[in-house]
Design a protein around this ligand. Structure first.
Ligand SMILES: [Mg+2]
Length: 260
């Protein structure tokens, strides 16, 4: 991988730029209550911490209310981390994935409409991430967000930091294509072939990119500060293709990203 700046820097949002754990839990709890109105209004003590520890399994937001369902039903954290089967929970619940996703987006929209400042306050950008994006503005590298979240939510959070990447540079859930497919489109658009780098905090997503044809030249980085486990980071360290990236390097110059 050349150390020169990539033509395109594709970034996941949650767990790479933004830590929204209090929001994910708040939205997931509201969604779970909407799905199961008989549950108590307030989450039991300790549920937030348990939710946060198993968050690495989540690929799409629709899974988050199901994480709550699993934890409340007595599943251990180990079980969830090692054998996460959200589709089986959908079966138990008798709901479709899209229905859960719609409930989650719905409670999020209601939360924002009721108290946008409170919703924003449940997110925190990682130290140095926003200044790093600002420094890239107007430079040779195009910054693109590739997230499983609705793109409008990611844009709203960035706008609040004074960053408007443009709707064409935010690929969210509404793009309705898996991340490897979006990366392939982006890499095909890189006519100068200066390269595409992708930073993601979920190892399984990087594995999916690795096994997608046509993406052999994409630089892959696992965000060590995001939602992954010690085991994921160890696997990345041993991986010949994936670079385990620290937050300190991420917010610094590109040449430091690929230094040994
Ligand atoms: Mg992520």
């Amino acid at each position: 991988m050349p150390a020169s700046p990539p033509a395109i820097l594709a970034l996941d949002f949650d767990g790479v730029l933004c830590d929204g754990m209090p929001e994910y839990f708040g939205a997931a709890w509201r969604a779970w209550r909407r799905l199961q109105p008989s549950v108590a209004p307030e989450p039991p003590n300790g549920l937030f911490d348990r939710f946060a520890r198993v968050r690495p399994v989540v690929e799409g937001g629709w899974e988050m209310p199901l994480v709550i369902m699993a934890l409340l039903s007595g599943a251990s954290e180990k079980e969830i981390l090692e054998r996460w089967r959200p589709d089986a929970l959908l079966g138990t619940l008798g709901r479709a994935r899209d229905e859960i996703a719609a409930v989650l987006d719905g409670v999020r929209d209601e939360w924002i409409a009721a108290d946008e400042a409170d919703w924003l306050d449940h997110h925190r950008f990682y130290p140095g991430a926003i200044p790093r994006l600002r420094r890239l503005r107007g430079g040779p590298t195009r910054v693109v967000i590739v997230t499983t979240k609705e793109g409008r939510f990611a844009r709203q959070l960035l706008m609040r930091q004074g960053l408007d990447l443009g709707v064409e540079n935010v690929y969210g859930k509404e793009a309705a294509r898996p991340k490897p497919v979006i990366l392939r489109e982006l890499s095909e658009a890189d006519s100068a072939a200066r390269g595409l780098w992708f930073v993601e905090d979920r190892l399984k997503t990087l594995d999916a990119v690795k096994s997608t044809s046509g993406l052999d030249d994409v630089g892959l980085f696992l965000a060590a500060w995001g939602y992954n486990t010690a085991r994921d980071r160890e696997a990345a360290r041993r991986d010949g293709r994936v670079v385990l990236l620290s937050l300190e390097r991420f917010v610094g110059d590109f040449e430091d990203w690929v230094k040994g």
